[in-house]
Design a protein around this ligand. Sequence first.
Ligand SMILES: [Zn+2]
Length: 188
Amino acid sequence: MRSRRHLHTALGSLLALFLTLLTCAARADDAPPAPGVPPPPVPAVARTWPVGSHPLVLRGWEPPATLYARGHRGVDLSTPANAPVRAVAPGRVSFAGRVAGRGVVAVELTGTDLRTTYEPVTASVKKGDEVEAGDVVGTVELTGSHCGATSCVHWGLLRGEMYLDPLGLLPPWLLNRGPSRLLPVLSF
Ligand SMILES: [Zn+2]
């Protein structure tokens, strides 16, 4: 009997501890986000790739260790020069112009706190324009990319000043369809 009572007491203590933890978790939800709390995930709002139907990713996203550390703050998509560049989701153009000699278009995505950037791109839109998914925002410039001899579009995604992986915007049906992203070995 005594051992059973002890067991009950122990179970009661565990239950109390569990309820306390639950209460703390609920309180934590109400509190403003503390430093170090992971940011909300990137919503898969894109309805098209910026270029082509499924471009080759020449270089993926390499998050920098700190805000100013080295890394690759976006993805490089293989595309011919002068190809049209499309808004991946509805939004408003927040920048269309040149930065350090490169054409840059930035679009704030409707219903999110995110903005995408495309470069090097000669803009065919201007700041303040509303765009739908698939609307052409400019054309790929021949020079100014960091893909060497190959022309490419550097596609970026930002929440405030924090860079994120733009591929996170693509729903699985866009990310996984079409030609394989692996280069065929026999073509060399
Ligand atoms: Zn790049």
